[in-house]
Design a protein around this ligand. Sequence first.
Ligand SMILES: [Cu+2]
Length: 153
Amino acid sequence: MKIRFPSLSLLVALAAGLTAGVAPVLAAGPRVIEITANDQMKFSVSAIEAKAGEELKVVLTNQGTLPKEAMGHNWVLLKAGVDVAAFATAAMAAKDTDYIPAAKKGDVVASIPVLGPKKSAEAVFKAPAAGTYTFICSFPGHYMLMKGTLTVK
Ligand SMILES: [Cu+2]
């Protein structure tokens, strides 16, 4: 009896420790949204919904095979009210900054750099205030086909 009690309480303590250690890991951390892009100039996701302030992790994967210079893809989430066409037009001349024009950095909520074939990268950010936000690929000529909406409630 004298030997069993300590081992039992040790087990209880161990179980409590495990629960305490694992639960926060599951509860915390951003919600992951996987988006793929391809040689047909398509995003796999065109609509995302989120709650204001929710932590999100967008993971972009370029599943294509064409070279980065010909068919690279990025992911740019624009602030509400931004003129998407004007942004995309300015972006065409911004190859050195992953097609995010320096003068329009303030238009961007979050972004993922241009990816070549079979490459993947992510952006972690908090969903902005309630509203509708457009995301695009700003690689020249892509935004008309490669765009979607983040709706924050
Ligand atoms: Cu693209």
